[in-house]
Design a protein around this ligand. Sequence first.
Ligand code: KG4
Ligand code: ZN
Length: 342
Amino acid sequence: MNIIGFESSCDETGVAIVNTEKGLLAHALHSQIAMHQAYGGVVPELASRDHIRRVLPLTREVLEKSGLTINDINAVAYTAGPGLAGALLVGASVAQAFAWTHHLPAIPIHHLEGHLLSPMLADEVPGFPFVALLVSGGHTQIMRVNGVGQYELLGETLDDAAGEAFDKSAKLMGLPYPGGPALSRLAEKGDPAAYALPRPMMHSPDLDFSFSGLKTAVLTTLRKIEQGGALSEQDRANLAASTQQAIVDVLGHKVIKAMKQTKLKRLVVAGGVGANSQLRSYLRREMAKQGGQVFFPPLALCTDNGAMIAHAAAERVKAGLVDLGHSAYAFTVKPRWDLAEA
Ligand code: KG4
Ligand code: ZN
């Protein structure tokens, strides 16, 4: 069975085709980063308009790459939330129209389920159950995953997401949007112990996070440095490295605590911040100490893409969670949507 998937929840338009037996056949992606960079962040209205421009050319591209025609497609999946309402509506309406005109089932997918199951697109596939660390621009959650559609929230951020902490700190340092990758590159030249930044809630008894205090600490540190003279390139690199270390320490510490609490040996890391090389090496090292294993999506599929949406739909179909015989073609999107209710 061939499933085409559409992702348009934020600033990436992604289209992909997954075969339920063979896996990923093709994917195509357009990132709007360059367009939003001039504004220092995502402009929702511009995002929606750009999704409209990109979605059909990407669909043609993905059909061509896979060697399939429209008539070979058996189901249509799309991100129904959470995300930007207008942006979500583009993918949802294109997918529903596609499904309706070709009499195919339409499958709404939770964006975070897409991220959560994306490590299954790598060569080494994690078996259930596992602990998942979901770290994106909008979410920071630790979940226990017992199977497809069986997600139990163990902890989450009480304010900013980890990606937001990267992005906001980076902005303060004058780095371009999205700040995560830029801050991480700058940090390579810096000393992570140069500035003592707080590790909020690192030792709290729960598995929750709080990152909003970090950007304030970054701002205060910046002001202090500037009082002593102009901010040098080395100061910026040191501050970037110290910020990254604080975020990685908190994420790493809490997730290892979750591994111990659940007594599970498999950890899955998903979402844009999962591309961070410091976080990757921290978790590889600490999981090895625990006698466990950590799984990541392929690097290109860490940030938003259509492959994870088509793949999540394929997994839901295989798990018997999708009613393939009935689609109403009436739809809504959910800008806010709890994964435990998906
Ligand atoms: O999953 P994603 O593409 O979109 C959401 O669903 O939010 O995640 C985007 C987030 C942004 O905050 C971005 O700065 C962050 O992931 N990110 C990174 C890296 N690559 C992307 N953060 C730290 N290091 C990276 N290498
Ligand atoms: Zn995402």
